[in-house]
Design a protein around this ligand. Structure first.
Ligand SMILES: [Zn+2]
Length: 189
């Protein structure tokens, strides 16, 4: 395995889905005014089970966008348990990026902080996902989407159906041939 911040590059038989991970979303944070120019703020992001509202995990964030040339975000979380509480803490520093919108205004992005074998990732992304022990982009964590996995399952199933049809065809031809042989045999008696 790579360095302390490396993503998981090894092969996995079944890829984890994005939906199964804890994620932070730059667009959502922008709507909630966590990401905005010229400010510094701290807060706690929580994740709950939608049906029950039970707390799943929480992390502390610190956003600093006072220096427009170097806006950053620090994510702190205590492990195990994934809830913000007594240390020791894991800290991920994430660079923030803005792009101008067509009709004015800014759009905020995270820069993936993970470092892989080929060096820092640095992808500009809307979402970072928690997997392994750090936040990183979907590509670094080799995450897939549930819809994508379902499509692959459907593809595999279609392949299996075709295979079974082919086997049935062979069996039916064999039976027909045996039937003809039997008919010839009984006719000849
Ligand atoms: Zn990445």
């Amino acid at each position: 395995m790579g360095g302390p911040k490396s993503g998981r590059w090894g092969r996995r038989t079944r890829r984890t889905t994005v939906e199964a991970c804890l994620s932070i979303d730059a667009a959502q944070w922008q709507r909630e005014e966590i990401l905005q120019p010229g400010c510094s703020k701290t807060g706690v992001q929580t994740w709950t089970v939608p049906a029950t509202g039970v707390l799943l995990a929480s992390i502390r964030y610190e956003v600093n966008t006072r220096d427009a040339a170097y806006p950053w975000l620090e994510l702190s979380y205590s492990l195990p348990g994934y809830t913000w509480g007594p240390g020791p803490y894991v800290r991920d520093t994430v660079d923030l990026v803005t792009t101008g919108l067509h009709f004015g205004g800014l759009r905020w992005w995270f820069r993936c902080p993970l470092v892989g074998r080929s060096g820092p990732c640095g992808r500009r992304v809307q979402k970072l996902h928690y997997y392994g022990s750090h936040f990183g982009c979907r590509q670094c964590h080799r995450l897939t989407y549930t819809s994508c996995q379902r499509a692959h399952q459907a593809e595999r199933l279609a392949g299996r159906v075709a295979q079974i049809r082919c086997q049935i065809d062979i069996i039916q031809r064999g039976l027909a041939s045996a039937q003809r042989r039997f008919e010839r045999f009984t006719a000849g008696r």
